[in-house]
Design a protein around this ligand. Structure first.
Ligand SMILES: [Zn+2]
Length: 125
């Protein structure tokens, strides 16, 4: 247990709200922009835990099941829409575009598996 900290030492609510991230619910196929949370956030509609993704993520339409399946597949493999890079011949790195279909995603997670952000075991609780 850490030392008790007076509440005034925590960031002000207004400041925290400036950093909103997309939290997605794969059950409802919806994205909610919410402040970062250390604990898991529950979907306001179905109360299931949501996944926090990069701010670069833009949600497909909720009726677009194929796109949501692709997103879920990527997230399950540790790709939360943070930048992924590949080495280029000149020696530099180039950011890679995320796959547009589930079939492409299946190759993507293999090719770039070293850049996956899988949660640490302690994040699962
Ligand atoms: Zn939901």
């Amino acid at each position: 247990m850490g030392k008790f900290q007076h509440h005034s030492r925590f960031p002000k609510q207004k400041h925290v709200q400036a950093f909103r991230f997309p939290f997605v619910c794969f059950g409802c196929r919806k994205s909610f922009k919410l402040p970062v949370s250390t604990g898991s956030r529950l979907c306001p509609q179905c109360r299931r835990p949501m996944e926090m993704l990069s701010r670069k993520f833009s949600a497909p339409k909720s009726a677009d099941i194929a796109q949501w399946k692709k997103v879920q597949f990527l997230v399950e493999h540790g790709f939360r829409f943070y930048s992924v890079y590949r080495n280029v011949e000149s020696g530099g790195k180039q950011s890679v575009r995320y796959p547009t279909t589930l079939a492409e995603a299946k190759d993507f997670v293999v090719v770039f598996r070293e850049q996956a952000h899988l949660p640490a075991a302690t994040d699962l609780f």
